[in-house]
Design a protein around this ligand. Structure first.
Ligand code: XUL
Ligand code: CO
Length: 438
């Protein structure tokens, strides 16, 4: 019997239930603005934190019972982990999962062995998918844990390491494709530097661009229709990561001609570390046309590292959810719980409680955001704020008809004296707060 067989399948029981192991708000078939809650949120469980992390930190060993972990990981261990993971997904009632290649497979020492081990577990995963209806939101290759990647993968000073990264990414991209994955993610955990003194920054960026172009070329070669996503993060593990935030990624993609091919996977805690609001990252991605998917979690405002906690504050998420609703929802993306337990959360039930709480938080934020959008006052406030751009002057500026000089002359001739107008920020904030009632 699997470790996670400790509870009955989790159901929606409504806000008044006394059962901690039930959804209070997340009712997957409930229609919100004409779309099922599950289709809005597309929640996913991540393999690495949930099944692959034994509760270690830099000061202490594992605390969580994960009998399938060891070094090396054998095929039997990988299969036991897979059984437990799918049992958990089914009981939780979540339709999507995400994984790194090394999360799911037996440990490999050589490129050939890596390919073989991944292919073998892929067949098992395919059988699980077929039997359960669970789907793959995205796959990704871990290009940061093995010691060979200490100096980076695509940005390594050593081309042999770059070539190893190609082995892993080709393998995982193809596996993701065959498993029906809807996206493929690259998080450049070590694509950056610890010291500029020993770093050829220009060369590293060029080779990172080259690597990504190779990935995109291979995606088309194999006919993968999913989206390639880069995941921004400013630092940790390296001092500076090239994909520091959405804006940096957009500049990088444009420079290497990849802006039409690659989108972003935005993570809440990564935005916090970059000193940015989560909703800023969503807005920046929409503005550049690269919004793809979300790794949902939260940091701790008093800690400067990636604590990857489960979200528990719906109000904080509403501004991002409003944007998602304005766009009609995800296309291939979803909300992946890139979140982990605390080391003292040693009961198997804790993993359910964590996900249930996180999913209910998303559901609350979705309902509040839907009310904000339906009421329309926030959109009207914004529309009103920019109404000058619909005037004759506004249209002429935007159309390109005026030069800097002709515009300056026009302003002088008319003696323009623009009126002060309220930005209505406090009202906008109240509009969010007043709908947070779920
Ligand atoms: C690390 C992180 C990764 C990526 C996948 O901070 O977020 O788990 O999501 O490699
Ligand atoms: Co992540």
């Amino acid at each position: 019997m699997s470790l996670f067989a400790c509870i009955e399948p989790v159901r929606y029981e409504g806000p008044h239930t006394r059962n901690d192991l039930a959804y209070r708000v997340y009712d997957r078939d409930r229609l919100v603005l004409g779309k099922r809650m599950e289709d809005w949120l597309r929640p996913a469980v991540c393999y690495w934190h949930s099944f692959n992390w034994p509760g270690t930190d830099m000061f202490g060993g594992g605390t969580l019972e994960r009998p399938w972990l060891g070094s090396p990981v054998t095929e039997a261990m990988a299969e036991e982990k897979l059984d437990a993971a799918f049992d958990f997904l089914e009981r939780l009632g979540v339709r999507y999962f995400t994984f790194h290649d090394v999360d799911v497979m037996a440990t490999a020492a050589s490129p050939r062995q890596h390919e073989g081990n991944l292919r073998r577990i892929e067949e098992r995963i395919a059988a699980k998918i077929a039997a359960t209806g669970v789907k793959l939101l995205w796959g990704t290759a871990n290009l940061f844990s093995h010691p060979r990647y200490a100096g980076g993968a695509a940005t390594s000073p050593d081309p042999e390491v770059f070539a190893w990264a190609a082995v892993q990414v080709r393998g995982c991209l193809e596996t993701t494709h065959r498993l029906g994955g809807e996206n493929y993610v690259l998080w450049g955990g070590r694509e950056g530097y610890d010291s500029l003194l020993n770093t050829d920054l220009r060369g590293e960026l060029d080779r990172y661009g080259r690597f990504l172009s190779m990935v995109v070329e291979h995606k088309h070669r194999i006919g993968f229709k999913g989206t390639i996503l880069l995941e921004p993060k400013p630092f940790e593990p390296t001092k500076h990561q090239y994909d520091r935030d959405v804006a940096a990624v957009c500049g990088f993609l444009q420079r290497y001609g990849l802006a039409q091919e690659v989108k972003v996977n935005i993570e809440v805690n990564h935005a916090t570390l970059a000193g940015l609001d989560f909703e800023h990252e969503v807005a920046a991605a929409r503005a550049c046309g690269v919004f793809g998917s979300i790794d949902i979690n939260r940091g701790d405002p008093r800690n400067g590292w990636d604590t990857d906690q489960f979200p528990n504050n719906a109000q904080e998420l509403v501004p991002a959810l409003v944007q998602l609703i304005e766009d009609g929802g995800f296309t291939s993306g979803g909300f992946n719980f890139d979140a982990k337990l605390r080391r003292q959360s040693v009961d198997p039930a804790d993993l359910y409680l964590a996900h249930i709480g996180g999913i209910d938080t998303l559901a609350r934020a979705l309902l509040a955001a839907a009310d904000v959008v339906t009421e329309g006052a926030l959109a009207r406030l914004r529309d009103e704020r920019y109404r000058g751009w619909r005037s004759e002057l506004g249209r002429r500026i935007v159309s390109g008809e005026l030069t800097l000089a002709s515009l300056a002359d026009l302003a002088a001739e008319r003696g323009l004296d623009p009126a002060f107008r309220s930005g209505r920020q406090e009202l906008a904030e109240s509009l969010i707060a007043r709908h947070c009632k779920y």
